[in-house]
Design a protein around this ligand. Structure first.
Ligand SMILES: [Zn+2]
Length: 646
């Protein structure tokens, strides 16, 4: 209980009350932008992964193509800084040569395709996933992209933070191009080209809030129609060059952006495009280059944008890279050593209890008509779960990893995954696929599969601890489970039916009532000041805030049910209900640097942690009762003003 700060009243600021002591003892390390339960566990996991990587690195005889060999050789090339110093930018020279050979507007599409295949960004992008309206097949989504700052807002907004970021971004481009050997004059011209192109793309990009609108982004087109709507770009050629062939249909997520892109191919001069592509190649490969580039990239993206003081040690960066490339190979080795089968069994039971609580709550809702309730229950009953790690590993058969070059290994993995992705267009969606690796300390809800997924990484203390009392576990992992289930019923998730198709199953009346209730949450969060003059964006964070409130409410109900007939114990001076809320606040504890906070307010659909605790709890009568909140307390809300959906 030394984690608490008892100078603060729990009914004024539960976030600080529950974690103030911990925060004082655990300042943010110099290598981090934030520090809390998630980051501590992630750090511990990285150490476990390091031990695995070092263990398999001893095995000099591992067969070519085995998980151990791939992990071993990516690690050894990643740790070989001396080679990167010797190589400098030489691995990029053939690419720069191709960029320098550009002559006419018709050359832009082929170079874009070439760079996309190598894993570089540029102008737009695409991915292949289930068709949201017909999820028994995969389809191609064409999407906005091509920026180097974290969001379009940083290019077009005129607040202080955006201006600061733009000034620093220009300096960063200058420094990187100087390292490449350009003259100050050339650097100055390049900065203008890059800013002109990226700002134009930004102006025609959807905002983060617009990106939450699924209907608006579901624009199915034939190739012919796309060529007409976004005339001027040879789309057919692009898809052929990236290996997709001639797609029958394409979902154009941002038609205005694509139209503008096609116009820009002709309006922007070839010299400007050369600068733009050179920049994206240079910036995109900086972590594979010599230290001068690595340091300059770190300075801008981690120090200036996120406030981090010091780079993580190289091994941490390389282990993170392995997780992001051959993550299931490493994950398999991780699971063999660290998976807790007992925890999986217990968590499976918790999921069952959360589902039961949800069912009872839906049945008891006073605002929903029986017709919609029936379909909500149908969706709940159809929701599936994945716990721990994949039943079927996706495997890397055919991928060749060598001990020669870090960046070459990256390109090999990228090309391999690229082909795997493109094959999906002709395949049925794979229900066994995972979108997170096993060591990941996180969880997700996937609306097109109507499934909740919890990797092995999150099935550990402080989220789940088999030796802790039920109250803490329900407050911690129980709330996480409830959160993911609620995503199936948040402002976005509710628009997908029980089979995972984007299809309305709500009566107009129920839809209106839901929206009205959601608006209460949106308005509440709009009032929270994150930092300086920057407030939380209630519309951007709506889905997560609905999921938080629903998750804790449902976990609390499941907890109460699990305690029926059991003895009520007081531990450390707290009753079971109080411990439940302490368990929740413990998982959400987090300190964050101001630079990162200013960034996430613009880009992150999650609210800052303090509001993820104080926000939902101020709406819960269960919390008010457990802690005795009353009028005048900062976390007090009039019963009729409290937000509640599920
Ligand atoms: Zn979430």
């Amino acid at each position: 209980m030394r984690d608490l700060d008892t100078n603060i009243r729990p009914t004024d600021n539960f976030f600080h009350y529950a974690s103030g002591g911990w925060m004082k003892r655990n300042p943010i390390p110099a290598t981090e932008a934030m520090w809390g339960s998630f980051s501590v566990l992630r750090q511990e996991n990285r150490k476990k992964l390091k031990a695995i990587v070092e263990e398999v690195s001893q095995d000099k005889k591992a067969t070519m193509g085995s998980d151990a060999q791939m992990v071993r050789d990516i690690y050894s090339t990643g740790m070989d800084e001396a080679k990167r110093e010797r190589d400098g930018v030489s691995p990029l020279l053939p690419i720069f040569e191709k960029i320098n050979a550009l002559k006419k507007p018709e050359d832009i599409i082929p170079i874009t395709a070439y760079l996309h295949r190598l894993g570089f960004g540029g102008i737009f992008g695409f991915f292949i996933d289930q068709d949201e309206r017909h999820n028994d097949k995969n389809v191609l989504y064409l999407v906005q992209s091509g920026l180097s700052l974290p969001d379009r807002d940083f290019y077009v907004n005129d607040n202080e933070e955006s201006k600061r970021v733009r000034v620093e971004y220009r300096k960063h481009i200058m420094a990187m191009f100087k390292l490449l050997g350009k003259t100050p004059k050339e650097c100055g011209i390049a900065i203008e080209s890059i800013m002109r192109i990226e700002t134009d793309l930004a102006k025609h990009s959807m905002t983060q809030v617009e990106l939450r609108d699924i209907e608006k982004q579901y624009n199915k087109r034939t190739l012919a129609k796309l060529a007409k709507e976004a005339a001027g770009a040879e789309w057919e050629k692009y898809f052929r060059l990236v290996g997709v062939g001639k797609p029958k249909e394409i979902i154009v997520a941002q038609p205005i952006f694509m139209k503008r892109t096609a116009e820009m191919l002709r309006e922007i001069s070839i010299t400007e495009w050369k600068d733009y592509f050179t920049w994206h190649v240079l910036s995109g490969s900086s972590s594979f280059l010599n230290k001068a580039f690595v340091n300059e990239h770190f300075k801008f993206y981690s120090t200036i944008l996120a406030g981090v003081k010091k780079q993580r040690p190289l091994w941490e960066r390389v282990v993170g890279f392995i997780d992001g490339t051959v993550g299931e190979a490493l994950g398999k080795l991780y699971v063999e050593r660290h998976f807790n089968h007992e925890a999986k069994k217990k968590i499976n039971e918790l999921v069952n209890n959360l589902f039961s609580a949800y069912e009872a709550h839906i049945k008891a809702l006073d605002w929903m008509t029986p017709k919609t309730k029936k379909l909500a229950l149908k969706k709940l009953h159809a929701m599936t779960r994945k716990l721990g790690y994949p039943d079927k590993w996706k495997g890397y058969k055919g991928l060749v990893i060598r001990d020669d070059s870090y960046i070459e290994n990256y390109w090999r993995v990228h090309e391999f995954e690229w082909k795997r992705t493109i094959k999906k267009l002709k395949q049925k969606p794979d229900k066994k696929e995972w979108h997170m690796t096993p060591p990941t300390v996180n969880a997700y809800y996937n609306p097109v599969m109507n499934e909740i997924v919890f990797p092995a990484g999150i099935m550990q203390s402080p989220f789940f601890d088999a030796s802790a009392d039920d109250a803490l576990n329900y407050g911690a992992i129980g709330s996480v489970i409830g959160h993911e289930i609620t995503h199936g019923f948040d402002d976005q998730g509710r628009q997908f039916d029980s089979t995972g198709n984007f299809k309305n199953w709500w009566t107009d009346e129920d839809k209106k009532k839901f929206e009205k209730k959601a608006k209460v949450i949106e308005n509440e969060f709009n009032n929270y000041v994150a930092i300086g003059d920057m407030k939380v964006n209630g519309a951007l964070t709506l889905g997560e805030n609905i999921a938080d409130l629903g998750g804790i409410t449902l976990a609390f109900a499941a907890f109460k049910k699990s305690q029926e007939g059991k003895e009520r114990k007081i531990l450390d001076g707290f009753n079971p209900e109080q411990r439940f809320f302490l368990g929740y606040a413990m998982t959400e504890r987090e300190q964050i640097r101001p630079e990162l906070l200013k960034k996430i307010v613009v880009t992150d659909p999650h609210s800052p942690s303090i509001f993820r605790v104080n926000g939902p709890l101020s709406n819960m009568p269960e919390f008010a009762e457990a802690w005795g909140t009353k009028e005048g307390d900062k976390l007090y809300r009039e019963p009729k003003e409290r937000a509640k959906i599920w």
